[in-house]
Design a protein around this ligand. Sequence first.
Ligand code: CP
Ligand code: NVA
Length: 302
Amino acid sequence: MGNLLSICDIKDDVQHILDLACKIKAGEIEDKPLEGKTLAMIFQKSSTRTRVSFDVGMYQLGGRAIFLSSNDLQMGRGEPIYDTAKVLSRFVDGIMIRAIDHCDVVELARHSDVPVISGLTNVEHPCQALADALTIKEHFGTFEDKKICFVGDGNNVCNSLLLIAPLLGMDMSVACPKGYEPNEHILNIARDFARENNTEIVVSDDINVALDNVDVVYTDVWVSMGDEAEEIERKAVFSPYQVNEDLMALANDGAIFMHCLPAVRGQEVSTAVIDGPQSVVFDEAENRMHAQKAILYHYLKD
Ligand code: CP
Ligand code: NVA
């Protein structure tokens, strides 16, 4: 049994899970592979896509999901993570958790007797990165010679993309203001993966440098959940990094625009780009479910 807290946890299985996602999306798996299985879903933060796609995904695989808001759990009143992990393990076959603090998810996984899947923390968003990889593969048919540029805040979504890109053979760049670079520890691991896979990682505050020869332009909100107190400062710092038509013009012909959503039109992305012909954001959102069904199959199927 394993857990999915980071893309590092599936370093050797990424391709397998993506192949599985394609098969599942094409309807090429057995009926109800997770019949009788239950997934507990703990949410300490808001969610639309993660919550609905895991819930519907479990249902379509023949199992069921239970939504647990941390406000309603005893954990929200101070019950130890250790006890929560041990008790839930007696009832369910897997735990999905969206948490404020990545360390809490690590602790939950350490004490859980069933697989724990992260549905986003302050450090990573591995399920999103898998759905994004599936979307890129579907659009271009290959990862070979492709380069993705993440523009904006070096946040949880950026961190998981930095880890998955080299594992799939893609180059990656990050265009971010000084002081908002990706997590240094993750960046070091990503650079190791890049060396092993002969790919390149570039982090620069210069948009022209980062946007060189790019096939996928990706951005995310300037103010992530938990960063609300810094909103005014962040809007000022990130405004030169808005993904608009001028910025998209720096990417290769045929480049696509991606965003994990939710998006703030007029901040990190212009309406013309997110609602324009290069945008694949709703295919990307749909792929959350297909990728997660593959994850659920991989972790919960006997
Ligand atoms: N992209 C994503 O995780 O969306 P939600 O916050 O709606 O789950
Ligand atoms: N970086 C964003 C992603 C939301 C899906 C956040 O953490 O709020």
